[in-house]
Design a protein around this ligand. Structure first.
Ligand SMILES: C[S@@+](CC[C@H](N)C(=O)[O-])C[C@H]1O[C@@H](n2cnc3c(N)ncnc32)[C@H](O)[C@@H]1O
Length: 261
């Protein structure tokens, strides 16, 4: 009887490891690349390049999100598609931020998310005043497709969350940040992603940070300018810059928010 059972079990067990699926995967890539060359080239090469960048970084350190102190017990509410913004909001919540400054409002999705989950905080959000201002931008703009239509802050306008939001307009390269000096618990840098704008916005962000403040940058892995500037900046800061793996976010904090080895 025991012999019969083990014969049945071995018949049912089929081991599938990486070696077994390799021909299927490689064959699929070749077939898909022939059928839709543009899509495969854009998707696959983009991801390979992003991985090369983060593992080739010499100054910015890669960490798992789970290394953020308290993130595993922090609950935020919002659309799951906005993965990065949810993590940013969780950070703002666990850091008990009272004042947040966002560079780049766009439709205001992240602004709304922050205001919704931090009802007693004040959220400041800055964007260009209109397409004409974009044409006169002081430094190098990225994402020209974003400045063809104008719905800045549409997501929070007229909502209860809007009461916690102060919408600001101007080119971040010439904006007067003096009223916000050393007052912000969190600054989110997500406007133009060129090297020169990220440098200028980060310098302004550092001036606005409170004693235990935090800066988060979006698109660290996506844009060469953000990647180059942050790797250049990191060695000169008083604390590390971390890239949160499986996101596009990078983080610097004056509070020991990351559990280090
Ligand atoms: C990527 S979108 C921001 C997305 C938004 N933070 C969110 O999470 O939904 C970038 C925004 O930055 C704005 N922007 C670009 N350059 C800017 C500048 N120099 N000053 C202020 N805003 C700028 C653009 O108009 C655009 O709305």
């Amino acid at each position: 009887m025991a012999l019969e059972l083990s014969a049945i079990a071995s018949h049912r067990v089929k081991h599938v490891g990486n070696r077994q699926i390799l021909p299927y995967v490689v064959g699929g890539v070749v077939r898909n690349a022939l059928a839709e060359p543009g899509r495969v080239r854009r998707g696959l090469l983009k991801h390979i390049w992003m991985d090369l960048k983060r593992f080739g970084a010499t100054s910015v350190r890669n960490i798992e999100i789970s290394r953020i102190r308290g993130i595993d017990t922090t609950v935020v509410e919002g659309p799951v598609a906005q993965h990065g913004s949810l993590i940013l909001t969780a950070l703002a919540k666990l850091l008990e931020c009272e004042r947040v400054f966002e560079f780049g409002t766009y439709r205001g999705e992240t602004t709304w998310l922050l205001a919704h989950n931090l009802p007693s905080a004040r959220i400041y959000t800055l964007d260009l005043g209109g397409p004409d201002v974009a044409l006169r931008a002081q430094l190098e703009l990225t994402d020209p497709e974003l400045v063809t239509h104008w719905d800045r802050g549409e997501r929070f306008r007229g909502t209860p969350e809007g009461r916690g939001i102060t919408q600001l307009f101007g080119d971040s390269a010439t904006f007067d940040f003096s009223p916000y000096q050393e007052k912000m618990d969190l600054v989110y840098v997500d406007a133009s992603h060129s090297y020169s704008y990220v440098r200028s916005d980060t310098e302004a962000a550092l001036g606005m940070l409170s004693e235990l403040g935090t800066i988060v940058w979006d698109d660290y892995t996506g844009y060469s300018g953000v990647f180059a500037y942050l790797n250049e900046l990191a060695p000169g800061l008083d604390g590390p810059i971390f890239h949160l793996l499986d996101t596009r976010l990078a983080l610097y904090s004056r509070w020991p928010v990351v559990v280090t080895d």
